[in-house]
Design a protein around this ligand. Structure first.
Ligand code: ADP
Length: 582
């Protein structure tokens, strides 16, 4: 539609040949017997009437003369005179022939000027008319453009409205899609949280289920070893003890790994002495070093502060693991545990821990693989040295939790260095850990100074028996309650110096029983309980196979004074008994 209108406009503008006629028409009206022809510079001819025909050579001659002379030129043909006149200011030449009777129009200068003026008038007339036409055409053009403009505005507006409508619809769809996806994500998140919680619970239960029987195996085989046995029996018991100890290490490793991978392992921030830690780690390997004719030493960089804040136990676990490996794969050589100052990072010191041995070394192509779970340097390692291939993987992950990375430098036959850099803040003042009870060092063989009365609250008969035996071995008197309720009943009648309180029990668990005991102690109800009537609150030590930090904290939160994990470490139990009797 629009294109057609534009074409029409330009067709009109292009019809300039027709416009030349307006010059001819007045001339022909003036001299009807004459012949007039206009020839424009593009060679197009316009004549009225059409019959006036000039032979081409003559026309060319006339046009050339007129263009050159810029005045009226004449040419004789068959006794007839033809004229050519270049229109002033125009781009066309008028060719004409006058009848005999009108030849006088050109005979004198006055008449000729009049005639040429007439032509010029016609020309002006043409220009005027042309301007009028052009003006009209421009107006039509402008009007067309205006209409077109309006149409475009209308169309744009329509389109804008359609787009707006579509945008609104799209926004509505987007919004509902986002709402739907957010709901889905929320639900997935809830499911994930639930799964993670269940995984955590499973880990805790698993840990409990595994440690409880291990408690009995290790405890009883320890007690059995102390009884009178013949050589063969003693050897069997020793085998049971060693196997159960390595089984416990494996269980702990697997649980640790599961905990790390479930994101359930949180590092502690407690003050510790670096020197004590390094000494403790190397001391643990003294007898092994003696057996293998190794020299085990540690060196602490003097530039390092004395005390740091961090998870001492996990750091110890890593160093024990690396030192244990170094010892395992070294004979007649050296094992060094090193702590070097690297740089100061604000209030933290970057420390490079390294365990260097002069052992068998690891070939370069196996160095990456040994960090994988259950992987060893070569297939014969297990047969020759034992191990499960878990230690390094756990160490790496623990160091990663501390923002470091375990690396290795090793050469076959020369030895290996495992090292990592972590940064720890300096511990400003010496203070006891938040939750741990004060411990005194005591030997398993030390007898308690006073005959204590101990109440063992434990539902598992095997564990009851073991705890009873262990406590009795220390010269204490023991009474047993199968759950929290039974414990409260016992406290009505008897006094105890110490309660060893299992946590997970039917009817009333250890936490609830402890809370109840503390509640009774704080009120007049205590007169009904012989065991709670004393001035001092009764000492309660939690006894649980749950070994997580939060489990420990939970014991203190419910009012217990101490915490022991199962399998019961005899030295730890004895320490508690001795402290109580002292
Ligand atoms: P495990 O020692 O229980 O097999 P690790 O994950 O601690 O598991 O070690 C994996 C393997 O890496 C070892 O079996 C051994 O092949 C290799 N390895 C680790 N430490 C050393 C070392 N200090 N010297 C030589 N080989 C080592």
């Amino acid at each position: 539609m629009f294109d057609k209108q534009i074409d029409e406009i330009f067709d009109d503008l292009a019809d300039d040949l027709m416009e030349l006629r307006v010059i001819l028409e007045p001339l022909e009206a003036l001299i009807p017997e004459g012949f007039f022809q206009l020839c424009d510079d593009r060679g197009r001819i316009c004549s009225l009437p059409e019959k006036f025909d000039i032979e081409p050579d003559t026309r060319r001659q006339l046009l050339a003369d007129a263009l050159r002379e810029h005045t009226l030129v004449g040419f004789e043909r068959d006794g007839q005179r033809l004229y050519g006149y270049r229109l002033p200011g125009g781009d066309a030449t008028l060719l004409f022939q006058l009848p005999q009777v009108r030849e006088n129009l050109l005979t004198d200068s006055f008449r000729r000027d009049c005639f040429l003026n007439t032509i010029q008038l016609a020309l002006l007339n043409r220009i005027n008319q042309e301007t009028v036409i052009e003006n009209r055409q421009l107006q039509r053009h402008i009007k067309g453009l205006g209409q077109q403009h309006q149409r475009l505005i209308d169309e744009n507006y329509e389109q804008y409205k359609r787009i707006q409508e579509k945008e609104k619809e799209y926004a509505r769809e987007l919004e509902s899609e986002i709402t739907r996806q957010t709901m889905e994500l929320r639900e997935a998140n809830v499911r994930l949280e639930e799964a993670s919680r269940m995984k955590g619970e499973f880990l805790a239960n698993m840990s409990h289920e595994l440690r409880t029987p291990m408690n009995a195996i290790i405890g009883f085989s320890g007690l059995l070893a102390e009884s009178s046995l013949d050589e063969e029996q003693a050897d069997f018991v020793e085998t049971i003890r060693k196997s159960s100890s390595s089984l416990l290490v494996l269980i702990n490793d697997i649980l640790d790994l599961a905990k790390i991978e479930a994101g359930k392992l949180d590092l502690e921030e407690i003050p510790f002495e670096l020197h004590a830690l390094l000494k403790n780690v190397t001391d643990m390997f003294r007898s092994q070093a003696l057996d293998k004719n190794n020299k085990v030493t540690f060196v602490q960089d003097k530039k390092l502060p004395v005390r740091f804040m961090g998870d001492e136990n996990r750091l110890r676990q890593v160093l024990i693991n690396l030192t244990g490996n170094a010892m395992k794969f070294t004979k007649d050589g050296t094992v060094e545990v090193l702590a070097d100052f690297v740089r100061q990072e604000g209030d933290r010191s970057a420390i490079r821990f390294a365990v260097r041995d002069s052992g068998i070394g690891i070939p370069p192509e196996r160095q990456a693989a040994i960090f994988e779970k259950f992987t060893q340097a070569d297939g014969s390692t297990t047969r020759k040295y034992g191990g499960t291939g878990l230690g390094l993987s756990i160490s790496c992950q623990l160091v990663e939790l501390m923002q470091g990375e375990v690396q290795i430098e090793s050469a076959v036959g020369k030895g290996s260095t495992f090292f990592f850099i972590i940064s720890l803040p300096e511990a400003v003042e010496k203070k006891e850990t938040a939750v741990k009870p004060k411990t005194t060092t005591a030997k398993a063989t030390d007898e308690v100074k006073r005959k204590l009365r101990v109440l063992v609250v434990e539902d598992n008969p095997v564990n009851q028996k073991l705890a009873t035996l262990l406590v009795k071995r220390q010269g204490c008197e023991v009474d047993v309650a199968g759950d929290g309720l039974q414990a409260l009943d016992k406290l009505k009648e008897f006094q105890f110096d110490l309660i060893l309180m299992d946590v997970q029990m039917p009817k009333m668990d250890g936490h609830e029983a402890t809370r109840k005991i503390r509640e009774i102690e704080a009120t007049s109800a205590r007169i009904e309980y012989v065991g709670l009537a004393g001035i001092d609150p009764v000492e309660i030590v939690g006894l649980t196979a749950h070994a997580r930090k939060e489990d420990e904290q939970k014991c203190y939160d419910s009012g217990m004074n101490g915490f022991l994990t199962k399998p019961i470490i005899r030295d730890k139990l004895n320490e508690i008994l001795q402290k109580r009797s002292g």
